[in-house]
Design a protein around this ligand. Sequence first.
Ligand SMILES: *[C@@H]1O[C@H](CO)[C@@H](O)[C@H](O)[C@H]1NC(C)=O
Ligand SMILES: *[C@@H]1O[C@H](CO)[C@@H](O)[C@H](O)[C@H]1NC(C)=O
Length: 544
Amino acid sequence: MSFLLILLSLLLPAIVSIVFLPTVARFAAVLVGHHLRRSSRTRRELLQARVASETKTHEAGQKSEKKKKDDDDWEQIGTTTSGLNSGKADSDWDGIVGFFHPFCNAGGGGERVLWAAIRATQKRWPQATCIVYTGDHDVDKAAILKRVKDRFNIHLYSPTVHFLYLSTRDWVLASTWPRFTLLGQSFGSLVLAYDAFTLLVPDIFIDTMGYAFALGLSSFLFPTVPTGAYVHYPTISTDMLDSLQAGGQGVNAGTGTGYRGMAKKKYWQLFAKLYSKVGSTIDVVMTNSTWTQGHIKSLWEPYRVKRCKAIDIDVVFPPVAVEEVIAAVPVTEASEANRGPYLLYIAQFRPEKNHRLILKAFASFLHSKPKLPAYPNETPKLVLIGSVRNSHDDAKRVYELRLLAHELNIKDDVEFICDAPWPQMLEWMRKASVGVNAMWNEHFGIGVVEYQAAGMISVVNESGGPKLDIVVEVDGKPTGFHATTAEQYADGFRKALSLSPQETLAMRQRARKSAERFTDRGFAEKWLANAEKLVALRIERTSR
Ligand SMILES: *[C@@H]1O[C@H](CO)[C@@H](O)[C@H](O)[C@H]1NC(C)=O
Ligand SMILES: *[C@@H]1O[C@H](CO)[C@@H](O)[C@H](O)[C@H]1NC(C)=O
């Protein structure tokens, strides 16, 4: 009897705390959230005052000085963004959007997305303020904005973008966590996010670097702050989990056996579960590609369903600079006269670009004596343009490729152009008819987007980004051809070059339309469609 009593007296507190733990945690979160909001209130007011005064100065400057070219540009892009017309009702929303991007001055593709997103947001909600949480203490606002302009040609409206400096960025460096890096960095991102909230609690919180845990913390502390994620790459992927199985591929292949392997597997599975749980708290999720979308979906969707979160995860392609190609290369009936039966392959001379296979495919195509109604008097030609970096290896490879062309009896039909300057590449994009890419499983393939922008018909490997995202149907019709083997490539060349003149032009125009999905404008439209959901959520949650 007394034994039972003792047991009960030990168990009861445990049971009580387990049952009530969520409630206790919830309560603590509310308290902490409340405290953070209060303590950052002064900074919020200061920020608003600064926005007001900078706007005044900017407007005064504009009046006195004649309108500068930059500002014209800014105005003009604003009116072409289609998002501006839809849902006018909330275009006077004046909240603060916090962008969590601790490495904002890095100048890479991820940063391009950040700045393009801020610019679109500024135009859609001119009264709103964008803040960037960054750890780049060595640069001030003017220097960052200048770099954004020089590097990406993105002109931000300075009065409504501000920077808040984090002091705990070391916590997310991989070098801080030599062991258990995944967990360590994720924990570090919690510290960093907490740091951000002590500086200022935003009205909408968006992560553009892949710190899902930071967003999880935000929704835990501030239920009325909607969160958004733009995911470039999943922190852990189903590929990684599968690779531990015996017979898997990649660096971790087969390490899933033995005790250490077992432990590693358990650790990864645990992490994947945590990552998915956190992912299920995020209100709006975007990914940069179909590939990433697939991985995020397979991890997060089951948990999002449980939480009744929207399960649609939108692919928002990052903007790439194809406008220049579009402007420089005409795609009209008249310009067809400039084009010949030329196949263009722009790629570094590296083994994974598989130039050898393309030479073989081209030889097989030529030797089949193709009939090309659109080009009655010309013989096809293959043009290989590529940079020759770390000279020795690449140069040797070019030499070997020339030898191969000789052996295949197509020496006079192949042109090698090493280190062509940009104007020369544009020249070939105007002249060529077909764009070729033979890399297997390329993540994206900016080069293929450029082919499309130039109106070329693509023949690409049936894998990766070129297959899933780029050379896809437009208006239900193809923009190019997919191939795997040399024979299939030869067949693709034949199909692409033997279309009738009308069909050829129509396909070129579809290809260009496809490339427009990757312009700044295409990005802005999709970004705003998602940002509008966040603003609507914010309005809904704070008007209750
Ligand atoms: C998405 O991001 C990853 C990681 O930065 C990159 O490798 C990939 O090319 C990106 N995809 C697109 C479509 O830009
Ligand atoms: C194209 O991709 C397939 C896999 O999808 C691969 O087996 C093949 O070798 C690739 N071909 C070329 C030319 O890269």
